[in-house]
Every structure is written in structure tokens, then in C-alpha cells.
Design a binder for this molecule. Structure first.
Ligand code: ADP
Ligand code: MG
Length: 530
């Protein structure tokens, strides 16, 4: 133990021991999510400190809710969260791959290979994979896009809903895609998701335009507006705003009365300002005083109060309006345009529907219970992420382990160009990639090794230029052409899985000294796999 005072209270593990502990933590973490991979993956029941439950087979949800204290396990969880943010999918794969890379590295360390040589080999291998993608990708057609969106939902919701949601997601992505000089931009956050409990999941639908569960401040205001101008206010049209910073010395009732009158005049002037700007539609983040409703109605304005900031932002993007703190400050340039604004009652709740030039779409998630609605909402968001990615970068890779097997085969040939230890590391990287098809096989109740060998053999002996389409279709329980079977995934997901998992594994390999401030430096205990 060190004599440096600051280290007195810490437990320290160094060199191999540190690496072994860290790798054990990574493997434990991978063990916790392994059984969720793929469409036949099992669900996990998560129970939080307060006894609330949630059923999920989403790797990142499992990991983020696990109370993990091991720093290395947390590094892998971060990698998985990054994966979720960048690619919206592939989180389980990222954790499995990083743990497998570490496990294989450990075996090389036992054979006397230094972690830095392994790190170099892994880096070369990852780069070689990245360069090889261009030989594997297929260009995404509309049919492929639908297939990829459906693949992202496999195992998460029943089959009829997979197709329904995937089709709506593709439609929604197309409604928000913008052509920019740098290329197409499809931002999934431009699609508004509205939830409604009651009814069946299959009633979930997509509406063009922005739908908000809001009613206009007065029923006497026009219910339908033809195209016109819209003003967005980050504040409100209220008295209390005028009152701030004003100290009133009330000497007689007349003073108060005339002050109130004055206030109202100021507010009415603001309405006149809106009329001058030609505004017929108004949305405020805060309130609109009750006694202004009549004046607004008279001015032919349809007005909404207490509109959330997020919705105001969506409206701003759709109508090209600029948010302003108050009405007084609005200029002609701040005002936006809309095509139609209407009010409709759905299931007894009033909804405001705004159609705009810039498109925009609202997905209405329905289901009989809150849980069902949540499931529909999450699945739609996943499929939408895939559809948006493909509109931006229309490149796909075959799923079911086909791509990982093809990359592993490529790497084994590539490894021959290296001498000695780095060659071993490149080969170890290739072996690690096969964790994906092996785990898919295992979760389908097949023998992992036999199935892997069978699939690799089929790819190797196929001889056609599309040999790399052959993967394991877990529904057929045998090797198959994954592109024909519609099991395809965006290139961006697989590329990010590889980059993220390699990065995480390399940062663990670099550690050779672990200082624990706590007394109990144990590896977290995660559920055992059978
Ligand atoms: P992740 O969190 O990594 O996205 P998933 O549980 O979503 O994990 O599983 C994704 C994996 O399942 C991908 O490798 C994908 O190719 C594979 N997959 C999806 N459908 C099939 C199928 N029908 N047959 C084989 N593999 C499939
Ligand atoms: Mg997935």
C-alpha cells in the first residue's frame, strides 16, 4: 500500500489485478443484458426502490436503471447511452461487443501480450471495419426503409403493430425532412407525439400538422381559420405583468379604478398592435386575461394560452415565426404563417390542429392503458429514429449477424498483413464481433457455436457477390438472406456500435491502476444468466 497520505484511505489495485477486476465488471454487465438481444430476446422486469415495475427488453433501459457503482461498468453504460443518443438503437449490441472485446483482450494478456499492443491492434481492426463498410452497404429504397423501421421494432411489440408503426414512422420522417445545402436533415424532434389513453393501439395515427390538446380561450372565437399570420409570445397578455415593479399608493377607490382602466387600455393597445400586424392566430406561454377574450374575439383572433415552450418551439419551426417575450415587441418579421388552424373534439377532448408550410406531423399514440400507450410511444420513437437516419444517410446493412460475420471474415484476412502480437489482437477483434450472431442464436434457443459455424460456412461457400447478406434469421431458426427477409439496419447504427464499443474497451485497457475511496471495492452483483 502506498505511503502517500492522500492514498491512505483508499484501496488500490494495480496492473493485471486492476484489469481483471474491470473486465469482470464489464462481463457482469453484459451478462445482465445478453438475454434481451434480438427479436426473440427475453424481457426484464425492473423494480425500482419504490416498488414500481417496468417490463422492458431494451438494453439501455435495463442498464440505466441498474444501480451500478463499479466505475468501469459505468463507463460501458455511458457508451450505451451515447449509442442511444447518436443512433437511437444498438445499445445492447454495444455493451455486448465492448465486454467481448475486453474478455478476448484478457485472454491475450494471459498469454503475455501487453494491453497497449492489444489496443493498437483493436484500433487497426476498427478502422479496417469502417473502411470495409462501403463494400457491404446497400442503398436504402422506400421498401428497405420500411423494412429497417420494422426491424427496429422486432421483439418489442406484436407484429401487426410493428408494420403499422413502421409505416407511420416513415411517413412522419418524410413530413419533417428538410433539404439543406449540406444534405437532407430529418430531425425526429420535429414530430410531435401526443398520447391518448383509451381505445386500441391500432387506432394510433399520424396527422399532418401540429396537434395540441388545447382549446381556444373562448368558444366565441372562430373555430376554423383559413391561412393567415401567427404570433408566438413567450409571456402572456396579463395584468400581473404590468403590475410588477409598480408601487401603488391607494388614497381613494377612484385611483385604483383609473389604474385598472389604464392597465386595460395598455392591454387593448397590444391587441391593436396584433391587428396592425395582420395576426389572426396567437399562442402565449402564459395566461391571457379573461376580460381580453371579448376584444380578441372581436378582432377575429383565435388565441391560446398556457402553450408549453416545447410546443411553441415546434410552432415556431413550422410557421417560421420568432418567439417574443411580449406582444409590444413583435415586429412584422417575427410573425409567421400557417395554412389552416382548426379545433376538433376527439374523445371528448378539444384539440387544436395547425397546418403549416414547413410540414410537421403529429403522431397520436393510443392504447387501452397508460403502459400500452407508453409502449406505442417508445416504439414509434425508435422507428422514427431509424426512418430519419435513413432519409439523411440512405445506407443499410443486413442484420441477423450477417454484417458482423462478414466483417470478421474480412478482418481475419486483414490480420495476415500484421506481424506478431497485433495480428493476434486483430483476430481477437474478429472473434469478438461474432458475439452478435452467437447471442442471437442462443436467445433463439439454438446452439450458439454450431449455428455460428453453419452461418459462417454458408457465407464463405455462397460464392455470390451478395454472400454477405447471409445471416441468422431467428424466426426461421436458420441461415438466410437477411436482405430478402427484410432484416436490415441503418449503417449508422452498426458503425456507431463498433466505434463506441471499441472506444469503451480501449479506455478500460488503458487503466492499470484503480484507487477506491471506499472500503468495499467489490464488483457489482448483477443477475446471473442461465
Ligand atoms: P440492440 O439494443 O442492440 O438494438 P435488439 O434487441 O434491438 O438490440 O436486437 C438487435 C439485433 O437483432 C440486431 O443485430 C438485428 O440484426 C437482430 N435482428 C432483428 N430481427 C432479426 C431476425 N428476424 N433474425 C435475426 N436477427 C434479427
Ligand atoms: Mg434494437
Amino acid at each position: 500500500m502506498s505511503e502517500v497520505p492522500i492514498l491512505k484511505e483508499t484501496t488500490r489495485s494495480t496492473g493485471r489485478e486492476a484489469l481483471r477486476n474491470n473486465i469482470t465488471a464489464a462481463m457482469a454487465l453484459a451478462g445482465a443484458v445478453r438475454s434481451t438481444l434480438g427479436p426473440l430476446g427475453q424481457d426484464k422486469l425492473l423494480i425500482d426502490d419504490e416498488g414500481r415495475t417496468m417490463v422492458t427488453n431494451d438494453g439501455v433501459t435495463v442498464l440505466e436503471s441498474a444501480k451500478v457503482e463499479h466505475p468501469v461498468a459505468n463507463m460501458l453504460i455511458n457508451a450505451s447511452t451515447t449509442q442511444d443518443r447518436i443512433a437511437r438503437d444498438g445499445t445492447t449490441s454495444a455493451v455486448l461487443l465492448s465486454a467481448e472485446l475486453l474478455q478476448n483482450a484478457w485472454e491475450l494478456v494471459l498469454q503475455g501480450v501487453h494491453p497497449s499492443a492489444i489496443a493498437r491492434g483493436y484500433r487497426h481492426a476498427e478502422e479496417a471495419c469502417r473502411n470495409h463498410f462501403e463494400h457491404l452497404v446497400i442503398k436504402a429504397t422506400d421498401d428497405h426503409m420500411l423494412a429497417a423501421a420494422t426491424t427496429s421494432l422486432s421483439g418489442k411489440i406484436h407484429q401487426a403493430m410493428q408494420h403499422h408503426l413502421a409505416a407511420l414512422a416513415v411517413q412522419a420522417a418524410k413530413a419533417v425532412v428538410e433539404q439543406r445545402p449540406s444534405g437532407p436533415l430529418a430531425d425526429p424532434t420535429r414530430v410531435k407525439i401526443l398520447t391518448q389513453t383509451g381505445g386500441s393501439m391500432t387506432d394510433s395515427a399520424l396527422v399532418t400538422g401540429l396537434v395540441l390538446a388545447k382549446k381556444r380561450v373562448s368558444d366565441r372565437m372562430p373555430k376554423q381559420l383559413p391561412s393567415g399570420k401567427i404570433a408566438l409570445v413567450d409571456g402572456g397578455l396579463e395584468r400581473k405583468e404590468l403590475m410588477s415593479n409598480v408601487k401603488l399608493n391607494v388614497s381613494s377607490t377612484g385611483v385604483l379604478e383609473s389604474f385598472r382602466q389604464k392597465e386595460k387600455t395598455v392591454l387593448l393597445e397590444q391587441i391593436n398592435h396584433l391587428v396592425d400586424l395582420g395576426v389572426t392566430l396567437l399562442a402565449c406561454k402564459e395566461g391571457i386575461d379573461d376580460d381580453l377574450h371579448a376584444a380578441l374575439t372581436e378582432a377575429g383572433i383565435q388565441a391560446y394560452r398556457r402553450v408549453s415552450r416545447a410546443d411553441l418551439d415546434l410552432l415556431a419551426r413550422g410557421t417560421n415565426a420568432t418567439l417574443n417575450n411580449d406582444v409590444k415587441g413583435l415586429t412584422a418579421a417575427d410573425v409567421g404563417v400557417f395554412i389552416k388552424s382548426s379545433n376538433e373534439r376527439w374523445n371528448g377532448v378539444m384539440h387544436w390542429i395547425v397546418e403549416t408550410e414547413e410540414g410537421g406531423a403529429t403522431f397520436i399514440a393510443k392504447g387501452s392503458t397508460n403502459e400500452a400507450v407508453g409502449e406505442v410511444e417508445r416504439c414509434f420513437a425508435d422507428a422514427l429514429g431509424v426512418a430519419c437516419q435513413l432519409l439523411e444517410e440512405p445506407a443499410l446493412l443486413p442484420g441477423g449477424g450477417a454484417t458482423q460475420i462478414a466483417l470478421a471474415r474480412h478482418l481475419r484476412r486483414f490480420a495476415e498483413g500484421f506481424a506478431g502480437r497485433e495480428q493476434l489482437a486483430v483476430e481477437a477483434f474478429a472473434d469478438a464481433l461474432e458475439i452478435i450472431p452467437r447471442t442471437l442464436a442462443q436467445n433463439a434457443g439454438l446452439d450458439p457455436l454450431d449455428t455460428l459455424l453453419q452461418t459462417v460456412a454458408k457465407q464463405t461457400t455462397d460464392g455470390s457477390p451478395n454472400a454477405h447478406f447471409i445471416g441468422l434469421n431467428v424466426e426461421k431458426k436458420q441461415p438466410a438472406n437477411m436482405v430478402e427477409d427484410g432484416v436490415v439496419e441503418p449503417l449508422r447504427i452498426t458503425r456507431q456500435v463498433l466505434a463506441g464499443a471499441t472506444e469503451a474497451a480501449l479506455s478500460v485497457l488503458r487503466i492499470d491502476d484503480v484507487l477506491w475511496a471506499k472500503q468495499d471495492p467489490t464488483v457489482p452483483e448483477l443477475p446471473e444468466e442461465d
